[in-house]
Design a protein around this ligand. Structure first.
Ligand code: SF4
Length: 510
């Protein structure tokens, strides 16, 4: 059985940005959150659609000779029904099992309440149906670094975690688990050559289809697996799009930088990217993009306009949404921790690259959702002021900006997590600026999204109400933050809901 927690099984009403809601602290009642953000979609026990990572594991297991009928991706709501005496191995994918990822650790440390990602992961792993001694639990996915502590794994009943990419190691591990052989606590999956990555066998969340793996820009705080860039052959991509279309016309092309599909170097290969999109648009006209790099966009300015034209976003009011990394407005920090970020431009040019790229994108119907990293090691007041200046300049461009606390990953695991206690007055001002920016543009974007009738009237009204309510609740704090003062002083954290992790720990102890 393959599965994931509710936050990873949701389509977020077709909008990947709404997926950030999974990293929010638990402030909404459970039923309301689940109804708004994680509505269950399954066919019997099977999760349809399913996360792309699970689909890849499903495909390698079947290709390795495990009978197709013995492998199933199950929705977490159906675990009780799906697990029976024949179930031997449970494979789980996770992005943020303990809520320590950049987005959730930022939001939850500010509101001082557990994020939904951690809550639902524990709810899944501590489900009584998974507590049988006959079951082996293998966990993979980008969040497994949070499960490095063997005690945490034991408390959650995890037998083995897979770090990195799973396709090469999964068949052997699952076979061993089926045969009752001992499993290592940790396995490194490394980087997998594209010819070893199979075509998926079923539809994915929001029609996610991988076009490239890796990045190659080499930011110090990034996952080491990002170092080697590999591209998926066009025919395989088109096969996976065809497979998704009967379930949903929406397809999301995924890569760390979709603009560098098949690029031989750092500058996008315009012909290859246009070929990818024009072939894809022959199959569906609802194509989304997961991530792009701002420097790639600026190094081929004509490409964004041509893509917008191809995707019918020029002058139509429709948008191309893409996530991107702004990280900082300080060229000093770019030179220190992420020299490759600005390429083919120089690190000194970074703030200007961001301004010009955002201008170019918003002028061509794109909406970039840019992340910032607050509290990078060595960050000083002047660096934060440069970022604040940059965010103020970006206010005129339709975009979203998500400030995230530094999390020690990649080559920086020796550094500390950044927390609200370490915030300078300028960090609070920057945070307020980002919140202002996002309320301004998200209101406009929500209106546009709802007017395209992609959500029921009741649901869109509820989401607008939630945004209005949050804005109202935050207003007094915003005034304080704009003055550079922490609004948290003297504010107690919200009372935590029953701690499923504790329940898991006690069960493991017993
Ligand atoms: S640009 Fe993004 S994906 Fe690439 S190395 Fe830097 S942080 Fe990682």
């Amino acid at each position: 059985m393959l599965t994931a927690d509710k936050t990873l099984m949701s389509t977020y009403n077709g909008s990947q940005f709404i997926g950030f809601a999974a990293c929010f602290p638990r402030v909404l009642p459970r039923w309301l959150y689940a109804r708004l953000f994680c509505p269950a979609k399954s066919n019997g026990n099977a999760a349809i659609p399913a996360p792309a990572g699970l689909r890849k594991v499903e495909a390698v297991l079947v290709e390795s000779g495990i009978p197709e009928e013995d492998v199933e991706i199950v929705h977490p709501m159906r675990i009780r029904k799906a697990v029976d005496s024949d179930t031997r191995v449970v494979g789980v994918t996770t992005s943020d099992p303990l809520g320590k990822g950049p987005a959730s650790s930022t939001f939850s440390s500010l509101i001082r309440r557990e994020p939904y990602t951690a809550y639902y992961f524990r709810e899944l792993l501590t489900h009584e149906a998974l507590r049988s001694d006959d079951l082996r639990v293998i966990v993979g996915g980008p969040g497994v670094w949070q499960l490095a502590d063997p005690n945490v794994r034991a408390s959650l009943g995890i037998d083995c975690i897979v770090e990195g990419e799973a396709e090469l190691v999964a068949p052997r591990l699952f076979r061993d688990a089926l045969e009752g052989a001992p499993l290592p606590g940790t396995v490194s999956g490394g980087t997998v050559p594209m010819e070893k990555v199979p075509v998926m066998r079923g539809p994915t969340i929001n029609g996610t289809v991988e076009v490239s793996r890796g990045c190659g820009r080499g930011c110090e705080f990034c996952n080491p697996n990002m170092r080697r860039v590999r591209h998926v052959p066009l025919e395989k991509i088109l096969d996976e799009i065809r497979l998704n279309i009967p379930h949903s016309p929406k397809v999301t092309l995924h890569a760390e930088d979709v603009l560098r599909y098949k690029a031989d170097g750092i500058v996008p290969d315009k012909d290859e990217v246009l070929r990818l999109f024009s072939e894809a648009t022959k199959l569906t006209d609802d194509i989304g993009i997961s991530h792009i790099a701002l420097s790639s966009a600026l190094s081929r300015p004509d490409l964004e306009e041509e893509l917008a034209d191809l995707l019918k976003c020029l002058g139509t009011g429709a948008h191309i949404y893409a996530q991107t990394g702004i990280e900082t407005g300080s060229s000093r920090l770019v030179s220190r921790h992420m020299k490759g970020k600005a390429k083919p431009f120089s690190p000194e040019d970074w703030p200007e690259v961001v301004r010009e790229s955002m201008k170019l994108l918003s002028g061509n119907g794109w909406v970039a959702c840019g992340t910032l990293v607050l509290g990078m090691p060595g960050e000083q007041t002047d660096d934060v002021l440069r970022t604040l200046e940059l965010v103020r300049d970006l206010r005129r461009y339709k975009s979203l900006i998500v400030p995230l606390f530094f999390v020690p990953l990649g080559e920086m695991t020796e550094s500390d997590f950044f927390t609200p206690e370490g915030m300078l007055p300028e960090h609070w001002m920057l945070l307020a600026e980002c919140i202002d920016h996002d309320f301004h543009w998200s209101g406009i974007l929500m209106d546009e999204l709802f007017s395209q009738n992609r959500m029921s009237g009741a649901k869109s009204r509820l989401m607008k109400f939630a945004a209005w309510y949050m804005q109202r609740r935050l207003k007094p704090y915003m005034e304080t933050m704009k003055e550079g003062v922490s609004p948290l002083e003297g504010v107690a954290g919200l009372e935590e809901p029953p701690h499923a992790f504790e329940i898991g720990r006690q069960k493991a102890k017993a």
